[in-house]
Design a protein around this ligand. Structure first.
Ligand SMILES: NC(=O)c1ccc[n+]([C@@H]2O[C@H](COP(=O)([O-])OP(=O)(O)OC[C@H]3O[C@@H](n4cnc5c(N)ncnc54)[C@H](OP(=O)(O)O)[C@@H]3O)[C@@H](O)[C@H]2O)c1
Length: 267
């Protein structure tokens, strides 16, 4: 878990949904790294319709020559414009890891997740055993699970140690509080995805943001970072301005006033 928690991670999913300008996407990610982002989050599924490896290629190019950690994911890929599959069978996970190793041009990947434990037909035990075998072979430094329940985590960790969990967890919805508590108890890093995608209003945090001249989004990311020592947030910013603002959440002073405002908005 060391070095993984309490960070703002740059998530690359937003770069895959529409046709993209590769140069502009790389410039955004590089600006984020320059501003202090130490982790990138990508996946085999973050593909362009005409390039099944776009998301991983962007991460590989941006991370090249830096000490940035890259988390990527397998067992879920884009079939066409609107369809993605989910398969965490041992054979599929091995094939996806081998593909990612080729894209990154490395012998070992930093962090590799089963992307959609919730959608796959196979039991979590099959996928996690496949990841653990690849870690034992030295092909994966750390392994993670995404879109999992506490009960699946209990089953998975009966088979192998898990280094990271990635679930949807918005600052205002706090959908994964039970999974975060499990991660705290088991000292596993938790990555909150889609942290800003809640329609629940935050009027008190917004008022403090206006007083400070900060964005509400930055304060919401900071609120999650301060909610637990195991939590990191994955920001899906796709523009330099929003990427830099999100990364600044790591340095945002967290005061008693902010904590009170956040708790009042959550209540
Ligand atoms: N494991 C999974 O199944 C899974 C699923 C979904 C997402 N994820 C990961 O989580 C990442 C984030 O997900 P997401 O894109 O849904 O989450 P998000 O960061 O909550 O939402 C992204 C949206 O928020 C805006 N935004 C980000 N930072 C901002 C800021 N400081 N100020 C104002 N607006 C800001 C972005 O705008 P701009 O685009 O204009 O910058 C974009 O419209 C993904 O990229 C991916 O890595 C994982």
């Amino acid at each position: 878990m060391q070095g993984l928690s309490g960070r703002v991670v740059l998530g690359l999913a937003g770069f895959s949904m529409t046709p993209r300008d590769r140069k502009a996407d790389l410039a955004t990610i590089r600006a984020g790294i320059e501003a202090g982002a130490a982790i990138l989050d990508t996946a085999r599924a973050y593909a362009q319709v005409d390039n099944s490896l776009y998301g991983e290629e962007l991460a590989a190019e941006a991370a090249n020559g830096t000490d940035v950690i890259v988390g990527t994911k397998g067992g879920h890929s884009r079939i066409n414009a609107d369809t993605w599959d989910a398969d965490i069978s041992a054979g599929r996970i091995r094939d996806d890891v081998e593909s990612s190793l080729r894209v990154f041009g490395r012998e070992q990947l930093d962090l590799y997740y089963l992307h959609r434990v919730d959608l796959a037909d196979q039991p979590v035990e099959e996928g996690v055993a496949a990841l653990a075998a690849l870690r034992d072979e030295g092909k994966l430094a750390r392994i993670g699970l995404s879109n999992v329940t506490v009960s699946e985590l209990e089953r998975a960790t009966a088979i192998a140690q898990v280094d990271a969990v990635q679930n949807r967890h918005t600052a205002m919805g706090r959908e994964a509080d039970d999974v975060v508590a499990w991660c705290e108890a088991n000292q596993v890093a938790f990555f909150a995805y889609s942290p800003l995608r809640s329609s629940i209003p935050a009027p008190r945090l917004a008022a403090v943001a206006a007083e400070r001249g900060a964005t509400l989004q930055r304060l919401q990311l900071a609120a999650l970072l301060h909610s637990s020592p195991v939590v990191s947030v994955i920001s899906g910013a796709t523009r330099p301005q929003t990427a830099l603002d999100s990364i600044a959440a790591e340095r945002e002073p967290w005061t008693a006033e902010l904590q009170t405002a956040y708790e009042a908005d959550l209540a």
